[in-house]
Ligand binder design. Structure first.
Ligand code: PGA
Length: 246
């Protein structure tokens, strides 16, 4: 089944989330994909029990304690989440998250039985300097170094080139496929063939119903992490339609 992950970022009030859900709930295509919505924490309860997968946009690395502002993996599970984004490029940029912190968050999620969606990708300057692959290798290897040679649970990795996110211009399907092949090779090379069964690979960055089909034609791409095109229920449903029939 294709994976459709909807990252709402810091958008939608409770009332807006309810309207979105009202337009989406009950659609038969939902049964044909692994759909996960990452709403703001304030709207998690709206989607809980809807049958859609539920995720958080970030997670604290500690289990509990004096960590003002953090929400832990067990607390997210308690709120109905089965997934969390880790090290999204906006967290890297605005909250100083790095690959080492990402590894701690992934470990915390696995410990609580949640699925991490680890976001990686080079920025425009790294790409222009021919450093894109090196950046990806570092982002993946740093996490694997810290986590050891076995995956402690299911791992979703999203290739989200920073230059594509929110720009209106996605990477090409071939670029995405090549980056994800490199990522898979790093994980499987390190953790062995058994890890491949626990690994899912997404592309994200300015995807739309128009570009979704091309990405899904790449055998290595298991699904898409969608930002702005997921906010409007009609565009989300158009995306889902393309993906389940690709
Ligand atoms: P976008 O966002 O689809 O709006 O580019 C994707 C993301 O940041 O996950």
């Amino acid at each position: 089944m294709p994976i459709l992950a909807a990252n709402w970022k810091m958008y939608k009030t409770v009332a807006e989330a309810e309207v979105w859900l009202g337009a989406v709930a009950g659609r038969p295509e939902l049964e044909l994909a692994e759909v996960v919505v990452f709403p703001p924490l304030t709207a998690l309860h709206v989607l809980r029990g809807s049958g859609l997968g539920l995720g958080a946009q970030d997670v604290g690395w500690a289990t509990e304690g004096a960590f003002t502002g953090m929400v832990s993996a067990p607390q997210l599970r308690d709120a109905g989440c089965a997934y969390a984004l880790v090290a999204h490029s906006e967290r890297r940029r605005y909250a100083g998250e790095d690959d080492r912190m990402a590894a701690r968050k992934i470990a915390a999620l696995w410990q609580a039985g949640l699925t991490p969606v680890y976001c990686v990708g080079e920025d425009a300057a790294e790409r222009a300097a021919g450093q894109g692959e090196a950046r990806l290798r570092l982002q993946v290897d740093t996490v694997l170094d810290s986590l050891g040679d076995e995956l402690g649970g299911r791992l979703v990795i999203a290739y989200e080139p920073v230059w594509a996110i929110g720009s209106g211009t996605p990477a090409t399907a071939e670029q995405a496929g090549e980056a994800l092949a490199l990522i898979r090779e790093r994980v499987v090379g390190r953790c062995g063939g058994a890890a491949a069964a626990r690994l899912s690979l997404l592309y994200g960055g300015s995807t739309s119903p128009a570009s979704a089909g091309g990405f899904m034609e790449q055998p290595i791409i298991d699904g898409l992490l969608v930002g702005s095109a997921s906010l409007d229920a009609n565009s989300f449903l158009a995306m889902l339609e393309v993906m389940v029939h690709a």
